[in-house]
Design a protein around this ligand. Sequence first.
Ligand code: SF4
Ligand code: SF4
Length: 121
Amino acid sequence: MAPTTEPKPDPCTTCGACCAAFRVDFHVSELEDAQGRGVPKDMTVMVTRTLVRMRDTDAAPPRCIALRGEVGRFAYCSIYDSRPSPCHDFAPYAPLGLGDDACTRARARHGLKPLGDERSV
Ligand code: SF4
Ligand code: SF4
């Protein structure tokens, strides 16, 4: 039987709040290798000998250098296929409309309602 409703759009494509809310740190082994696979080095800063940070995620206010667009309207990661593990792991069901605490906190910082909660402001 054919579906009677259109699938809901991915809310992350009109959000991007988490990319402009938290520090994004990860292990140096995720940086691009000789074949160019991995997180682009010029978008990162070294924190320690083994820890790397996405550039500008510790700015005030934070905004990852790889984020494009406008938070809350249209946003995307310019290195999506090479993004580091914290980004892979963040709120994995958000694209389906199911946020979690971290997603809700990120959205709140930008005046956005929690996913799936039409009652809040
Ligand atoms: S995971 Fe949450 S905060 Fe991040 S882009 Fe998606 S909806 Fe926004
Ligand atoms: S690397 Fe991409 S997904 Fe990760 S914080 Fe930056 S813009 Fe967001």
